[in-house]
Write a protein that binds this ligand. Sequence first.
Ligand code: GTP
Ligand code: MG
Length: 216
Amino acid sequence: MEEKTSEQLEDGRLLFARDVDFMRSAVSLETLPPPDLPEVCFAGRSNVGKSSLINALTNRKGLARASNTPGRTRELNYFNVDGRLFLVDLPGFGYARASKVDIERWQVLTRAYLQGRPGLRRVFLLIDSRHGIKPLDVEVMDMLDETAVIYQLVLTKIDKIKKGELSKVAEKTQKFIAKRPAAFPFIAQTSSEKKDGLDMLRAEIASLALPANADR
Ligand code: GTP
Ligand code: MG
């Protein structure tokens, strides 16, 4: 990701040092909270580490439910960060062992959310650094390019891969997004396990939140 100034890093640190509250789980578009705040969401294949990343960013272990069992997150889970931003944990896509009806339901909901949610400032699209971009990821990118919702790729679980391998994947991924209209040009790299790359991501997210001292 591009360099952050010390001020930006401090903004990120402060935002996540404040209250982060679980707000609600939504299973339909009708039960989403009113779009009163800017929001960012975490999307990606099942098991890529979305819930773990939310826990790591917020320094709260059990805030978002993370699990070894793919398909753990089945609703859109809303978190309110200091009254300045919503974080949204999405169900993973591509989980083959759920029932057809369930898969259908989550994907229709997730799709509708990604395409039409007012206030959605950025989609963090997580990619397992060991596997790189997969066809399902491309489908999501196509959809977001079409609707012009900005998405930023995050290479996850970088503790699981050698440095040299990581540079190769990062380079390849960077090339892949170069000509995609709605792709944010900087790719993040994170390890929720080792707490790597979190400060930069916090700073990025803080730049999308309401200002700290706004009248609210
Ligand atoms: P769904 O809700 O099923 O879509 O999955 P998810 O994307 O929320 O993944 P989750 O955070 O539940 O993590 C899946 C598994 O990957 C868990 O066993 C985590 O402990 C593990 N994991 C997540 N992030 C990291 C990481 O940075 N490093 C390592 N080594 N493991 C990780
Ligand atoms: Mg999850």
